[in-house]
Design a binder for this molecule. Sequence first.
Ligand code: NAD
Ligand code: UD1
Length: 333
Amino acid sequence: MRILVTGGAGYIGSHTCVELMQNKHEVIIVDNLVNSKESAVERIAAITGKAPLFYKADATDDQAMDLIFSTHKPDGVIHFAGLKAVGESVAVPLAYYRNNLLSTMVITDNCLRHGVNRFVFSSSATVYGDNQVPFLETMELLPRTNPYGETKAMCERILTDVAKVNPEFSVTLLRYFNPVGAHTSGLIGEAPQGIPNNLMPYITQVAKGIRKELRVFGNDYPTSDGTGVRDYIHVVDLAEGHALAIEKAEPGVEVYNLGTGKGTSVLELVKAFEEANDLQIPYSIVERRPGDIAECYADASKAKEKLGWVAKRGIVEMCQDAWRFEKSYEARA
Ligand code: NAD
Ligand code: UD1
C-alpha cells in the first residue's frame, strides 16, 4: 500500500515508517517539524535502505494537503501529527484545539474527497480519564483533566460521526498507553525538547548526567509501593500495531488499546532501568503531580483477538533501548 504518514518525523511516527517500509509499503511523510527534525527522515532511510518521500508541510493546510493527496493518491493515512505536551495544552489551549482538531478535520476531508478509505488515528489512554483498571475499549469515557486529552476525545468523536455517514470509510482509533524505548539501531528514539515531562526520558537524562535526580511524583497512591502505575509499551511494538491496523482495516469504526496489559510502578521502572543498564538513578520523593491518576493499564485482549497483535518486548528491552538511544543522541551534552 501507499501510506501517507502525518507526523512521520516524530517519535512514534518514525518507528512506524520503518515498520511500514520493512513490510514493503510505500511511505509519504508530511511533517511541519514543529517537534522533530528532518534528520529523522534520513535515519529512517539509513535503517530501511530506502528514502521515504518527505514533505515539510502543515497538516492543517488544506491546499497543501490537497496537492499531496492528488499527486500521490494514497491508499491509507496514519495521522500522528499533533501537539502532545499536557502542561503546555493547559497554558495555550487554543493552539492545541486548533492544531489537533483542524489537522484531523483537514486530513479526513481530504480522505473523503480523494477516495482514501483507510484512516488510522493516534489516540491515547488519556481519553479514559480516571477509570477502573484495566481500561477496556467499551468503557464510558470520563472527563479529561487537560485540553490535550480533550482534543483526543473530540477527534475520536469527529471521526466516528464521519464514518457513520460514509459506509466505505474505515476509521481505526488506536489508544496508546505509555510508549517508551527506541529502535535497536539507536538511530531514532524520543528526543524531547527542554525538560522532559514523561518518566522514561527523564530517567535517561538523569542517567546521562543532564539532570541531577529524578523527582518521583508521590508515593502515597493506593498502589503496591505507593507510586503511580502505568502500562509502558515498547515503541516498536506500537509501530507493529499500526502496520497491522492499517493492513486489516475494514469499513466502520474500530477502537483498540495498544498496551501490554501489565502495570509497572515508578519505582519498579527505576529499578528495572538500573538493573538493565547497570547504573544508578538517584531520586527523591516529592508531591503528587496535579492531574495524575494512580493506575493506568490496558486490557489488550481485543487487539490480540482481532489484529493478532501482542506486545512482545518487555521492560528490560524498553530500558536498554531507551538508554542506547539517549547515549548516542548527539545534540545533547
Ligand atoms: P511527536 O511530537 O514526536 O510527533 C508528532 C509529530 O507531528 C512531530 O514530528 C511534529 O513535528 C508533527 N506535527 C505536529 N503538528 C503538526 C501539523 N499541524 N502538521 C504537520 N506535522 C505536525 O509525538 P509522538 O510521541 O510521536 O506522538 C505522535 C502522536 O501520538 C500524537 O498525536 C500524540 O498525541 C499521540 N500520542 C502520543 C503518546 C506518547 O506518549 N508519545 C501517547 C498517546 C498518544
Ligand atoms: C502523561 C500524560 C498523558 C499522556 C502520556 C503519554 C499527564 C498528566 N498525562 O501520562 O496525557 O497521554 O503522558 O505518555 O501528564 N513521573 C514521575 N516523575 C517524573 C515524570 C513522571 O514520578 O519526572 C511519574 C508520574 O507521576 C506517573 C508516571 O511517572 O505516575 C508516568 O508519567 P508520564 O511518563 O508523564 O506519563 P503519564 O502520567 O501516564
